[in-house]
Design a protein around this ligand. Structure first.
Ligand SMILES: Nc1nc2c(ncn2[C@@H]2O[C@H](COP(=O)(O)OP(=O)(O)OP(=O)(O)O)[C@@H](O)[C@H]2O)c(=O)[nH]1
Ligand SMILES: [Mg+2]
Length: 204
């Protein structure tokens, strides 16, 4: 006999996939950890002496570990519907993983640090070229100069309408706000594309 919807196992669930991207050490792992309801899966490795020749650690203070594959977290919206969060690795040598992570994504959050704003250009380019809706979330480190959303949008040469929000990646409520802004924005973008595809005229 079929089980009632509420009895279905979690792995029958429909999942919305969201990527948390951005440059090295900007707070991606921190953000996934602060909003996830499960203990996030992390793939952290110690930054090694050898790695300093290839990893750009300049401007990232006291960073001892780095993500080498991905972060994974989950938020259940209701039984059978969940948000899966995938944090990307921050360093250039792991670009080959991005296509796999981006497949089927609803949208992405590009985290930015105003001390190293240029580090998120590759992520911005990546999502623009693939038409994956994204928002930029400025992670406000205490040492960072505070910029307004408009200044950041101009500096990154974002398309008009791409939201820029300020956040603290360590704070659960702040992280939740970021995800809500992304889901709202991505919903609008996908709705507009759906209307373009099917047209607004009734069929028949
Ligand atoms: N002050 C402050 N520190 C933060 C914030 N977010 C992250 N950190 C710290 O910054 C460091 C880098 O954070 P991670 O979350 O590892 O950054 P990441 O983007 O995942 O780094 P990679 O995976 O190596 O690219 C850690 O030591 C965090 O504790 C923040 O909002 N404010
Ligand atoms: Mg990380």
């Amino acid at each position: 006999m079929d089980s009632a919807p509420s009895d279905r196992r979690v792995d029958d669930a429909l999942a919305l996939k969201i990527l948390i991207a951005g440059g090295f050490g900007v707070g991606k792992t921190t953000l996934v950890g602060s909003v996830s309801e499960i203990r996030p899966l992390r793939t952290e490795e110690q930054l090694s002496e050898v790695g300093t020749s290839v990893d750009d650690t300049g401007g990232v203070d006291e960073k001892a570990t780095t993500t080498v594959a991905m972060d994974f977290g989950r938020i259940t919206i209701r039984a059978g519907l969940a948000v899966y969060l995938f944090g990307t690795p921050g360093q250039d040598r792991f670009w080959f993983l991005w296509d796999e992570l981006a497949t089927g994504a609803l949208g992405a959050v590009v985290l930015a640090d105003t001390r190293r704003l240029q580090d998120c250009f590759p992520a911005v380019d990546y999502f623009e070229h693939r038409s994956i809706p994204f928002i930029v979330a400025v992670n406000c480190f205490p040492q960072s100069r505070s910029y307004g959303a408009h200044e950041v949008a101009r500096a990154l040469d974002l398309d008009q309408g791409t939201p820029v929000v300020l956040c603290d990646a360590r704070d659960r409520d702040s992280g939740k706000e970021v995800l809500i802004r992304l889901v709202e924005y991505a919903g609008r973008v996908h709705t507009a594309r759906l209307l373009d595809t099917v047209g607004t005229e009734p069929v028949g």
